[in-house]
Design a protein around this ligand. Structure first.
Ligand code: SF4
Length: 466
């Protein structure tokens, strides 16, 4: 049975304690957020489509983890079977390390190995992934003509059917992988030793808990960190604060002596200790502009499919799926969606433009810059509405809004729960998952959720504006 896999190797690279915990105590992992579930779904969609670039392959995915060994044997047999030219999820095991290769294609008397990525660009982690795959293939003595990363072409524009040959681009990483062979061998052996330990390695919490990924053992490792710890502020850089914390200064009282009494960090710690929030109201009022009752709270729902759906669209280009507008004056809501026919998006945008013209101010909350999206779809061409759209997120960022949850997640949910601590609201990603679900019942939940989210936005705005 294998000990190391691609995911455990990546964990080990980030933190050997995470690797140990994953192997020995996986039940201590944090619950998967809705946002992460959405990301996994996106990766799977692209992976399935990528296979059609090399059709007719044999799928080697085992029916259960206990069959990995058997499927490895089968994969090795298939290499010598002249009737098999393509394998999906081919399984190889070397030095107790298992890989499932996305696509393996016969190339003369050698094989071309391909790892599929659903992104528009390649990160260091992807190179590492591919190098690990190559290490195992090399160990299994598979003759490899090339090791490639296959990813999404940012310049692709959909016209009629998806042109699979233009949607993907390839990057050879064989040379890089060859250079990494010795280093990977050392790491694999070290990671194997870690998994043989009787107890988890002693590793202090640090910046690795969030880079390159948010670790799934935060709940376990951070359980002794007090709720009001200075680590949850941005008083100093993370490197400085973890160093201070791990060197024994763990209480706010001593930490505050290191800060300028008039600094933002000091305000943040005060907010933490009083379980409230901090905001620079002067900046807030200056940025938000003059008071009015003629406000539309806008909830614009869009998503960015990796594989374009509409003609003329590029990968990850936004599709506006729905909007909900709450009028502050009469508390009436107008709702529109195009879940069943995305090509109706233009109609919805025209309707949106007409409605927004009735208001003096439009307030929304989004991680995305809706202004640039609206510009692209020409919503802001009308001078009547172009100067009154406010992203509350930007205004609050500028006004140094802070509470104990906002350092790691500056969302409407964390801001709202910081202002109204007795209330807990749902994650925005829930709406996107339901809106893009194949299940009609789930799509029906979106309208209520969008209206509810607008109420949260209105309540937040009103509370802050006073
Ligand atoms: S939470 Fe931090 S210290 Fe704990 S396992 Fe994860 S990365 Fe390592």
């Amino acid at each position: 049975m294998h000990i190391i896999s691609k995911s455990t190797y990546i964990k080990g690279e980030q933190c050997v304690k995470a690797l140990y915990m994953y192997k020995k105590h996986p039940y201590l992992r944090d619950k998967l957020s809705i946002e992460k579930r959405a990301k996994f779904k996106r990766g799977t969609d692209v992976g399935v489509l990528a296979r059609t670039y090399f059709p007719g392959g044999v799928n080697m995915t085992p029916a259960s983890p206990s069959l990995f060994g058997k499927m490895f044997e089968k994969t090795m047999q298939n290499l010598n079977n002249p009737n098999i030219n393509v394998m999906y999820e081919a399984i190889f095991i070397y030095n107790d390390t298992l890989i499932m290769l996305d696509i393996l294609v016969r190339d003369g008397d050698k094989w071309r190995a391909i790892e599929v990525k659903s992104s528009l660009s390649l990160s260091e982690t992807y190179y590492q992934d591919a190098a690990l795959q190559y290490y195992v293939l090399d160990g299994c003595k598979v003759p490899i003509s090339d090791m490639q990363l296959m990813y999404v072409n940012e310049n692709y524009v959909k016209e009629h059917d998806i042109d699979i040959n233009k949607l993907f681009v390839f990057k050879s990483v064989k040379e890089y992988a060859i250079q990494q062979l010795q280093e990977i061998d050392k790491k694999v052996n070290f990671f194997k030793e870690i998994t043989n330990l009787n107890n988890a390695p002693r590793i202090n919490i640090g910046t690795q808990c969030f880079r390159p990924y948010t670790c799934e053992f935060l709940g376990h490792c951070w359980k002794r960190v007090p709720n009001d710890s200075f680590l949850k502020t941005t008083a100093l850089s993370d490197e400085e604060m973890f160093s201070i914390y791990n060197n024994g200064t763990q209480d706010n009282f001593r930490f505050k002596k290191l800060l300028n009494p008039l600094s933002l960090g000091m305000n943040q710690i005060d907010a933490l200790e009083q379980d409230t929030f901090y905001i620079n109201y002067k900046t807030f009022y200056n940025t938000i502009g003059k008071k009015t009752d003629s406000i539309a709270f806008l909830n614009l729902l869009f998503y960015r499919p990796a594989i374009p759906i509409l003609d003329g669209h590029k990968p990850y280009q936004e599709i506006i799926l729905a909007f909900s507008i709450l009028s502050n004056q009469d508390d009436e809501t107008i709702y529109w969606d195009c879940f069943n026919d995305y090509s109706k998006m233009e109609e919805g945008l025209n309707l949106l433009t007409e409605i927004l013209k009735r208001f003096e101010k439009v307030v929304y909350f989004s991680a995305q810059n809706i202004n640039s999206l609206m510009n692209r779809y020409k919503i802001l061409e009308s001078k009547e509405i172009s100067f009154k759209i406010i992203n509350l997120k930007d205004v609050l960022k500028e006004s140094d809004f802070y509470n104990k949850k906002t350092k790691f997640d500056f969302s409407l949910k964390t801001i709202y729960e910081g202002i109204f601590p007795s209330e807990e609201i749902f994650e925005h990603s829930r709406i996107i998952l339901n809106a893009t679900s194949d299940n009609e019942l789930e799509r029906c939940l979106v309208r209520d959720d969008m209206e509810m989210e607008n109420k949260y936005l209105q309540k937040t705005y009103k509370h802050l504006i006073g």
